[in-house]
Write a protein that binds this ligand. Structure first.
Ligand code: GCO
Length: 261
């Protein structure tokens, strides 16, 4: 359907060398978008991610830059604009988590999570939105979380960041929607990725807890995010703004059930 057509659009996805970022890159790429891969760990990982996408017939390029460094972001956005073209779709996906009880957490660790998970979406969006506002067209998707709505032991910094990102999404929409820029969020539930590997091992009580807490009774597969990403990147969402689309198997719909049900 034309409503969901993103062929030829240029999509920058931060933190897209692996995990959910790579899954959304594949989803948008298979739908015909040009994918701009970003990472800050190593050029080798970025090159490998670009190759993985190209092997699936996806037009992909890679740019290494630190999303928390405004000068690097300004330079990278300008370089992408010159070498690839205007950014039509921005997915702020880059993020870290530190699972430490708040009472034990060092301030430096707390600040690092906030910096990457909340401040960097502000930095990257600010500099990408300038072009979108000039062109009167653009799509920004902030990757939120269950922790945008719920707390959980040991992930307080991450919850503070993801809760803030939900409200930053709403404020971006408040300020930029009049320029025909749509800014929304995707809130993934619990997905089988490297980030959740430590809490997903068989026999780990948390693994059993998530299965029981999720009405779909399973961990999400990263490919389950592609549909939401395509929707929020396409004309189909032109009148959707400031909305967080939860892709969570139903977690937020329920208070859960007793273990014997
Ligand atoms: C955790 C998980 C979560 C998920 C996701 C849920 O430790 O609770 O890592 O944070 O990754 O963010 O939406």
């Amino acid at each position: 359907m034309n409503l969901f057509d993103i062929k030829g659009k240029i999509a920058l996805i931060t933190g897209s060398t692996h995990g959910l970022g790579m899954a959304m890159a594949k989803g948008l790429g298979q739908a015909g978008a040009t994918i701009v891969v970003n990472g800050n760990s190593s050029q080798q990982k970025i090159d490998a991610a670009v190759k993985e996408l190209q092997n699936e017939g996806i037009h992909a390029v890679g740019y290494k830059f630190n999303v928390t460094d405004e000068q690097e972001v300004i330079a990278a956005v300008a370089k992408i604009q010159t070498e690839v073209g205007p950014i039509d779709i921005l997915i702020n996906n880059a993020g870290i988590i530190k699972r430490i009880p708040l009472i034990e957490m060092e301030v430096a660790d707390f600040k690092e999570v906030i910096d990457i998970d909340l401040v960097s979406p502000f930095i990257v969006s600010k500099h990408v939105a300038k072009g979108m506002i000039e062109r009167r067209q653009g799509k920004i998707i902030n990757i939120c979380s269950m922790m945008s709505e719920l707390g959980r032991n040991t992930v307080g910094a991450y919850a503070a960041a993801k809760g803030g990102l939900k409200m930053l999404t709403k404020n971006m929409a408040t300020e930029w929607a009049k320029y025909n820029v749509q800014i929304n969020g995707i809130g993934p539930g619990y997905f089988a990725t490297e980030q959740t590997k430590p809490i997903r091992v068989d026999g780990n009580p948390f693994n059993d807890f998530i299965i029981s807490r999720t009405p779909a009774a399973k961990w999400g597969d990263p490919s389950d995010l592609a549909g939401a990403a395509i929707f929020l990147s396409s004309k189909a969402s032109d009148f959707v703004n400031g909305h967080i689309l939860y892709v969570d198997g139903g977690i937020l719909a329920t208070i859960g059930k007793p273990s014997n049900e």
